[in-house]
Design a protein around this ligand. Structure first.
Ligand code: ADP
Length: 742
């Protein structure tokens, strides 16, 4: 165990004074205690390094170490001096007894003082406190303070020698010097001498506890307790007590007054209370300063960041506000646009629907459709007049006219529309863009505006659809206008194409029908020749007979008359045969007329009579409906019946059946349709034949063309009817066609 001891009079003195105490403790406790003499600085260093277990030092130094390193007292020295025992001590302030000015501490201003050192607790600091209490700051109010160090006797001598006006020493020093004959107390005047019970020495200050015996912070409590007990039990006259100039140890006193002194003087642990040096502040508060600096920096950083963020926020707020404004403006703009678009969509939807209704109206004819279309266009485009034209071989002709309000086109409008049409023909780019066209009259004055476009017609001519207004409304035409216009043009183009195709198909069909009839003619020519032969032979016979009668005079004129009458009848019959034939093969365009079905059927049967007779075929005609008149092309309907009869004749001719019979049934079916069914007693048709029956060029005959049924079907369908094959209730092959009656 190491006891650090303050060796204020040198190492040897310290060892001599305290070794017996170390031995005593070693004996009592069982550990080896050793004494380590140290200076004030050495003591502070060793304590800080944790090298000491116990500390024996003066009162002032103890309080410093207690504060700095947490050492704590175990006992206070019971000092013995000049036969007296005491646990406290003080300081005495004195002057020469003959000093003229100094009688109390309050008188010392402007005088010179001697003391041990600024750091000496008893040798200066105790007096310093009392001086301050008396209103004297030794460093400001005195002439000077001389620090003369140890031993203190020198201070007493300096005062007595008049080198200084007054001095201060530890209590007991004057008495020791007087006892040693070094000084005469009569020559000394004590300033503000005090009296404390049981304290035997002269003193001018408060009393403070004597040296403590302390333990280091790390020294175990249990050991410290044992040391404290050992110290308290040290006998007053023991070796250890005596060499320590002590009467032993007492329980640790209160060192609070020492703290108070330091605090008041702002020294020692309380040095910072005075004017602190930068270094001391740095030493003392290094961590706090660094921490605070760091905090300040962090705060500054935060402040800067906040300021920046604030600036950015206010910038973005301004930006947002601007954006909001533009956004609102845009939304308003867009809403208005949308409303406009909506309105125009509604408008164009209505127009489209109207166009659709007009063009798909099955009741209306082509002319009515065009009229409706042009009127709708006028309404939609806001134009007064509309016209449909055609340019053929450089000549322009207006084929349809329409107007919105006024009853008629006048000549001026007609002229303008014709000029527009010419303009469109000369400048194809105008049609494509369908821009409004401004017309200029002879003096280059605009006379109106127009919207129009050309369209392709099926007949290689160019068609025009034009809308014209004499007013000069500055309205531009929108894409929707152009689309609608083009839609109309497309429909017109398609419609005229369809009409052209229909026309061509009809022409084609009538050519085909003609060819077919000529062909049929070939088939029936032999029969006709035979039939013609009959009346012609009769004519010949009758004319020969007439001649003979004429040669034989005196004959009855009545006989002659008869013969000539018969001759005429046969000639008429021959002429009838030839007429029917001519009628049948004559090529004519579709010609609707009202006629009796019966006439048509009779005529066909008559035409085929020679063949029917040739193959001994009976024809039964059953008119379930009495008088039926239909509205159709008579020759074509007759052609259908001839075709069906011819097929039946050929089937019976080629078949093996004994009965050769054709039945024609004519009746009104439901209301409004005529139904003609032709059956024969031949074999029913095979499925493979039925599947292709009406296909053009389908035939099972060596000399057949395969066009009869195909042509028949197109004739019936072009009249709005249908034709079909089926096996009737009597299991006979039957062809039946319907025709609408009105
Ligand atoms: P084609 O008489 O020149 O052959 P069609 O178009 O008139 O041409 O008839 C097509 C085919 O239908 C005939 O070849 C025949 O096979 C069949 N056909 C038409 N009518 C009858 C019928 N009444 N009985 C049997 N077969 C028929």
């Amino acid at each position: 165990m190491t006891i650090g001891v303050l060796a204020f009079r040198g190492e040897a003195d310290a060892l001599e004074r305290w070794l017996p105490t170390a031995h005593y403790l070693s004996d009592r406790i069982g550990y080896r205690f050793r004494i380590l003499p140290l200076t004030l600085e050495g003591m502070a260093r060793e304590v800080a390094a944790g090298k000491l277990d116990f500390i024996l030092t003066n009162t002032g130094n103890y309080v410093m170490l207690e504060h700095a390193h947490g050492i704590s007292r175990l006992a206070t020295l019971k000092a013995r001096h000049l036969g007296a025992e005491f646990t406290q001590f003080g300081a005495v302030v004195f002057t020469r007894s003959d000093h003229p000015d100094l009688f109390a501490l309050g008188d010392v201003a402007g005088h010179a003082m001697a003391a041990v050192s600024r750091e000496a607790f008893g040798g200066f600091q105790m007096a310093w406190r009392e001086l301050l209490d008396a209103g004297i700051d030794p460093f400001a109010d005195l002439a000077r303070v001389e620090f003369r160090g140890f031993p203190q006797d020198a201070i007493v001598h300096a005062v007595l020698a008049g080198e200084v006006d007054f001095g201060t020493v530890r209590s007991g020093t004057l008495e020791r010097m007087a006892a040693a004959g070094l000084v005469d107390l009569e020559r000394i005047r004590i300033l503000d001498a005090r009296a404390h019970d049981g304290f035997p020495f002269l003193h001018s200050t408060r009393l403070y506890p004597e040296w403590p015996f302390a333990k280091a912070r790390a020294t175990p409590e249990r050991l410290a307790q044992r040391v404290a007990i050992a110290l308290l039990e040290l006998e007053a006259d023991s070796e250890a007590a005596r060499s320590a100039y002590a009467a032993g140890w007492t329980i640790p006193l209160d060192y609070g007054p020492v703290h108070e002194l330091f605090r008041e003087l702002q020294i020692g642990p309380y040095a910072h209370l005075g004017r602190p040096s930068l270094a001391s502040v740095w030493r003392e508060y290094k961590h706090w300063i660094l921490f605070s600096l760091a905090m300040v920096l962090v705060l500054l950083g935060l402040l800067i960041a906040i300021a920046r963020a604030n600036r950015r926020i206010s910038q973005s707020e301004a930006l947002l506000a601007r954006h909001k404004e533009t956004l609102e403006a845009r939304v308003a703009e867009r809403t208005a646009e949308l409303a406009e678009v909506n309105e125009s969509l509604r408008h164009s939807e209505a127009a489209l629907r109207a166009i659709h209704d007009i063009t798909t109206d099955s009741e209306a004819g082509f002319g009515a459709k065009i009229d409706g279309l042009l009127r709708e266009g006028c309404r939609f485009f806001g134009m007064e007049h509309a016209a449909l034209g055609v340019a053929r071989d450089g000549a322009i002709e207006i084929t349809h006219r329409a107007h919105r309000d006024r009853g008629d086109f006048d000549a001026a409008v007609d002229a303008a529309v014709l000029r527009l049409a010419r303009l469109f023909e000369r400048h194809p780019e105008l049609r494509q863009t369908a821009n409004p066209v401004r017309l200029a009259d002879g003096e280059d004055r605009p006379t109106g505006r127009a919207l129009g476009t050309a369209y392709r017609r099926g007949d290689d001519a160019t068609g025009f659809i034009l809308f014209y207004d004499e007013g000069a409304d500055p309205r531009e035409f929108s894409d929707v206008d152009i689309d609608i216009l083009q839609l109309m043009a497309q429909w017109l183009g398609g419609e005229s194409e369809r009409k052209a195709i229909n026309r061509r198909a009809q022409e084609h069909e009538s050519q085909l029908a003609h060819v077919s009839r000529v062909n049929t003619m070939g088939e029936i020519a032999a029969g006709i020749a035979h039939e013609l032969n009959q009346p012609l032979t009769a004519i010949l016979n009758y004319s020969n007979g007439c001649l003979r009668l004429l040669r034989r005079e005196g004959r009855d004129r009545g006989e002659l008359h008869d013969a000539i009458t018969r001759l005429g009848a046969d000639a008429r019959r021959a002429a009838g045969i030839i007429r029917r034939l001519r009628e049948f093969i004559r090529r004519e365009n579709l010609k609707h007329e009202r006629f009796f079905v019966r006439d048509c059927i009779d005529s066909a049967v008559e035409l085929l009579r020679p063949r029917l007779d040739q193959y001994a075929i009976d024809v039964d005609i059953n008119y379930a409906t009495e008088v039926v008149r239909i509205d159709a092309d008579r020759i074509q309907i007759e052609q259908v019946i001839v075709n069906l009869l011819l097929n039946a004749i050929e089937a019976l001719r080629d078949g093996n059946g004994t009965s050769r019979r054709i039945a024609i049934d004519v009746r009104e079916q439901g209301t409004g349709a005529l139904c003609v069914a032709i059956s024969d007693t031949g074999d029913a048709l095979g499925d493979d034949v039925v599947a292709h029956l009406f296909d053009p060029f389908f035939t099972t005959k060596r000399e057949g063309m395969g066009m009869g049924l195909s042509i028949s079907r197109s004739i019936i369908e072009s009249h709005g009817g249908t034709i079909e094959y089926f096996v009737n209730d009597a299991q006979l092959p039957t062809f039946r066609f319907n025709l609408p009656l009105s």
